[in-house]
Design a protein around this ligand. Structure first.
Ligand code: ZN
Length: 244
């Protein structure tokens, strides 16, 4: 089957707006088959989402947007692992744990892409050459620099609000909708990009970024962080502001 996948989404575990559960619900509404919540330096959003998704027909790859010393790198795994900010160590850890590592928006230097380091091809399984939050010239540069390298090329939304999810996505060839199959397809380049900007989400995207910069983390995020312990212990993760 061809699975529709948006593999770069943020929840309020880091700087996104929505809860992991709401992201799963919204992704199902959009008929996405695979998502990854890639909060900054945390697998927690995707752990919570995958717990909820188990009841539904959607796969959540455990993801994390790791801030390495060179810039942001997406890692996708079956289980959460301890990561490293050293890209060479991250590569080794990814290999040991059958994870996939892909530089996020590599030539978007304003947003901490790894830039020219993406051309150390042995390190990476692929590249996110289209990111719906990067400008068209940056995306074109990433594509021109990194195509034809027999690596997976991805187009993702980098959604920080619900309305941005799925505006860019990928088609992934899998026999069964399982995490290991999706990871295998990502390693072997069995993917097709479906890049697009969603202009009617721009207003929401900019107002959220502006609010986040102006006020720091939102009330929902704060409530979530203070209730983190019950959530981690398996309590109600459906609402960031509820305690279990
Ligand atoms: Zn991101």
């Amino acid at each position: 089957m061809l699975a529709r996948a948006d593999l770069h989404i943020h929840s309020y575990v880091s700087d996104g707006e929505a809860s992991p559960k709401d992201i799963v619900k919204y992704a199902r509404k959009l008929k996405l088959n695979v998502i990854s919540i890639t909060d900054h330096n945390s697998f927690l959003g995707s752990v919570i989402a995958s717990r909820y998704a188990e009841e539904h027909d959607i796969v959540v790859l455990l993801g994390n947007e790791v801030r390495t010393v060179w810039g942001d790198v997406l890692i996708f795994c079956e289980e959460p692992i301890t990561v490293s900010e050293n890209p060479y160590l991250l590569r080794d850890i990814a290999k040991e744990n059958s994870c996939v590592i892909i530089p996020a928006h590599p030539f978007d230097l304003k947003r901490l892409g790894v830039g020219g380091k993406s051309r150390i091809y042995d390190l990476w399984d692929g590249f996110e050459v289209f990111n719906a939050r990067s400008d068209p010239i940056t995306n074109l540069l990433s594509y021109l620099m990194l195509r034809n390298k027999s690596k997976t090329l991805l187009s993702n939304s980098d959604a920080h609000t619900l309305s941005e999810i799925g505006c860019s996505y990928n088609l992934i060839y899998v026999n069964d909708l399982k995490k290991e199959e999706v990871l295998d397809a990502l390693k072997k380049g069995r993917t097709l990009m479906r890049p697009a900007y969603k202009f009617n989400a721009l207003h929401k995207m900019f107002s959220w970024s502006f609010k986040a910069r102006l006020y720091g983390i939102s009330e929902k995020q704060l409530a979530f962080k203070t209730n983190l312990l019950p959530v981690l212990r398996g309590g109600d993760s459906s609402s960031g502001s509820s305690s279990a």
